[in-house]
Design a protein around this ligand. Sequence first.
Ligand SMILES: [Zn+2]
Length: 103
Amino acid sequence: MNIRKNDNVLIIAGKDKGKKGKVRFVYPKKQRVLVEGVNFIKKHSRAKAQVHQAGVIDLEAPIHISNTMLLCNKCNHPARIGFRFLENGKKVRFCRACGEVID
Ligand SMILES: [Zn+2]
């Protein structure tokens, strides 16, 4: 998984193609991410005694990770991601376009 929580991503496929947003959750097993403001679905709820709001609610739904690309914070481009090791041995991601370390 190249995408992590709080990353900024660009949506590259689907009905929200071209949108940008922040990753709120990552579901590694499903290979899906929940992106802020992306992929709203309509959820219908029935009025119940406990629920005050009835009708249709907009909810964000996770999208497949292959439909997203990580955005580089520096060059603000969809980044082709590389990995490299810092002096302390930590593995970090970096943008292949501008060389900026993303982690
Ligand atoms: Zn960059």
